[in-house]
Design a protein around this ligand. Structure first.
Ligand SMILES: *Cc1c(COP(=O)(O)O)cnc(C)c1O
Length: 231
């Protein structure tokens, strides 16, 4: 077995174990392979192993990869910060965006989504640890932004995403639980909401315990990144 094959199996097993431990249905948590800064052959290798969902953080890099690999049946997720002057490329080349945190971005994406494509799936990013420097809306503002997004024709609101602060396990769990509660509230208002994007290589199991439906895993699959490490 190759390194990639072993790592993929290990991560899949970690997810399965966490699902079982939390009494959740098998396969209720989706694996998003975060391929930022990694070369195209690495993506092709994971594709050969059956992985279909990939996440990118940088617009130009992500668009180049999506175009080069257009012949493959990949679902592309944009998970990085998005400036309003870069929305068009995301609207044209991605299937999902995890980081909507203001109406202006959502409006531009809806206007720029090509008419031959289905609506862009979007998640609202929550600044769950209330860090001054971090992107995302406060939990108290979710409902307002959700209502605004739902009124836009070419976006489909699918749920919530967070990148919590580096903190001890107890504080992290509190943040994840707050996300879970807000997610359930949103689900009760919008029937199409089904995705809670939380958990990375270091906190996958705790995130699954707290109701994550999608974990974003880079390092544990592709190995360490150098350079622009955390996008
Ligand atoms: C880089 C990144 C990840 C993956 O992080 P790892 O710790 O390498 O698994 C997940 N989510 C976001 C938003 C990222 O930028």
């Amino acid at each position: 077995m190759t390194d990639f094959s072993q790592r993929l199996k290990l991560v899949q097993q970690q997810i399965a174990d966490a699902e079982a431990q939390a009494n959740r249905a098998p396969q209720s948590v989706q694996l998003l392979a975060v391929s930022k800064t990694k070369p195209i052959p690495d993506i092709e290798a994971f594709y050969q192993l059956g992985q279909r969902a990939f996440g990118e953080n940088y617009v130009q890099e992500g668009v180049e990869k999506a175009q080069t690999l257009a012949h493959l049946n990949i679902t592309w997720h944009f998970i990085g910060p998005l400036q309003s002057n870069k929305t068009k490329a995301v609207a044209e080349h991605f299937h999902w965006l995890h980081t909507v945190d203001r109406l202006k971005i959502a409006q531009r994406l809806s206007e720029q989504r090509p008419s031959h494509l289905p609506p862009l799936n979007v998640l609202i990013q929550i600044n769950v640890s209330q860090e001054a420097s971090k992107a995302g809306v406060a939990l108290s503002d979710v409902d307002t932004l959700a209502d605004q997004i739902s009124a836009l024709p070419n976006l489909q609101l699918r749920g919530l995403m967070c990148i919590p602060a580096q903190q001890d396990a107890e504080a992290l769990k509190q943040d994840f639980k707050a996300m879970q509660k807000s997610f359930h509230g949103l689900q009760s208002r919008y029937s199409q909401v089904d995705t809670l994007s939380m958990g990375m290589s270091g906190d996958l199991s705790l995130a699954v315990e707290c109701g994550s439906t999608l974990v974003r895993i880079g390092t544990a699959l592709f190995g360490a990144r150098d350079g622009r490490a955390n996008g």
